[in-house]
Design a protein around this ligand. Structure first.
Ligand code: MG
Ligand code: MG
Length: 451
């Protein structure tokens, strides 16, 4: 394990804490294990912030960073609290790293059993000015903090002072996570390549009569067979009208000739997500109206891609997509120019919302809807949208969803289309890392034929 990356991240966080508060203690715990039923648990997934700073994937662990001022610089000592070795439990649940090995393996100065956490924290917080912690994380975490503070306060008559500042540690970590380094981008490229192959596999196995869950199985096959540990989110496989339900899961519906199938699925690889959507015809050939709306959606995506570059705001790709989608809806008479007057007015009053009700992008990283503020921290009243910079990763995912209605031509009913790719912003523009999956209508039809 290359633990240098994690040491550098802890140092970068320590530096910010030192600059803000002149020192302090940061406490970041990993995610708890969750029971599924009785003594069966959900597959364990570490907490992203904790993993970002440690590279450690076991449950039951807490990172405590002690940042002290030493002259004009700071001194960082990292403590990892983890599950102690337990030969009996390890027979059942697997090998634990244990505190004896953790220090060398993870590059932390100290490692302790997690049973020591409550006892040691009182000492670590003594005479520190600030605590950096997740605010309002859980009743249990609040309770623990009270317990630790009580321990420090109990030493007041020995001249020891408790911390007097409480800060949100997440805001600092999330700002760091917004900018991906080369190691992270490399992992995300590999995750996207696996997901792209999974989409191709699903397209090629699709035929009228197959059920949504069967295509989900094809996706999962490719994910796991390629070494991905998990899905990044529950796969959406939606046939026909189901595609118009934005958070539909892969259900049991039969896919029918003449309908579209929308798949929004991505794997997680080594803690990093991918997020791809493709919409293809069940029969292998788009109908005229499907093709018309598909090409509009793709043109909207291309317009958004062109605006995804450093210096532009987070909203510019969305605005570019809206313009193309709205013009397309007017061209296809799904929106009536006679009622709306102009393209500008249709956009102004958000006439597109009936057919396009979500945003075009979100941050992508360890979490599929990744962390990081969408607004700049400057500005007094209305903070401007974030300016895109090299190293940020966003999805670009316009869509069109047409529900049956009296004022809509029946040939468009139940067409739901979304096209989603993952874009790494670089110096000159962006790199689409998910285009291993075909995206042009002709290419998709050719892929489906070429089995
Ligand atoms: Mg998606
Ligand atoms: Mg997405």
């Amino acid at each position: 394990m290359n633990n240098k990356i994690y040491q550098e991240r802890r140092n970068a966080l320590a530096k910010q804490i030192y600059t803000k508060s002149g020192g302090g203690v940061a406490v970041i715990s990993t995610a708890p294990e969750l029971a599924r039923n009785r003594d069966s648990e959900f597959p364990y997934r570490h907490d992203s912030d904790f993993f970002y700073l440690t590279g450690f994937e076991e449950p039951g662990a807490t990172l405590v960073m002690e940042i002290k001022s030493s002259g004009k610089a700071y001194e960082l000592q990292s403590h990892l609290f983890c599950r102690p070795k337990d030969p009996e439990r390890e027979i059942w649940d697997g090998i634990r790293l244990g505190p004896e090995a953790a220090s060398a393996a993870l590059g932390v100065e100290f490692a302790h059993s997690n049973q020591e956490l409550d006892r040691k924290l009182g000492g670590l917080l003594a005479d520190q000015t600030a605590i950096y912690i997740r605010l309002a994380e859980s009743a249990e975490a609040d309770c623990r903090l009270r317990h630790w503070m009580k321990q420090v306060r109990a030493q007041a008559r020995s001249g020891i002072n408790p911390p007097s500042e409480l800060h949100d540690v997440e805001a600092l970590i999330h700002e760091m996570r917004l900018f991906k380094d080369v190691h992270e981008i490399d992992t995300m490229r590999r995750a996207a390549a696996i997901s792209a192959r999974a989409h191709i596999r699903a397209m090629q196995r699709c035929k009228p009569g197959i059920r949504e869950y069967q295509l989900e199985a094809e996706l999962l096959h490719e994910f796991r067979n390629s070494g991905s540990q998990s899905v990044a989110y529950n796969s959406i496989v939606a046939g026909g009208a189901n595609a118009c339900i934005l958070h539909y899961r892969a259900g049991a519906s039969e896919l029918r000739s003449g309908e579209l199938c929308l798949i929004d699925a991505g794997c997680e690889l080594n803690g990093y997500a991918s997020d791809i959507t493709r919409t293809f015809p069940v029969s292998g050939k788009y109908t005229g109206p499907q093709r018309a709306l598909y090409d509009i959606t793709l043109a909207a995506q291309e317009a958004a891609v062109a605006m995804t570059k450093p210096g532009n705001s987070f909203m510019q790709p969305h605005e570019a997509a809206l313009k193309v989608l709205t013009q397309g809806l007017l061209d296809e008479k799904l929106l009536k120019l006679s009622e709306l007057g102009s393209l500008e007015n249709a956009i102004e009053i958000a006439a597109y919302r009936r057919f396009y009700m979500h945003r075009t992008s979100h941050w992508l990283g360890m979490d599929v809807h990744d962390v990081g503020s969408y607004r700049e921290s400057i500005g007094e009243e209305e903070k401007p949208w974030r300016i895109l910079k090299s190293g940020m990763v966003i999805t670009i995912e316009p869509g069109l969803y047409v529900r049956p209605a009296d004022d809509i031509d029946e040939t468009f009913w139940n067409i739901g289309i979304r096209i989603e790719d993952d874009a790494v912003i670089n110096e000159s523009g962006c790199e689409l890392i998910s285009r291993g999956a075909p995206v042009k209508a002709d290419e998709i039809e050719a892929t489906m034929k070429n089995v």
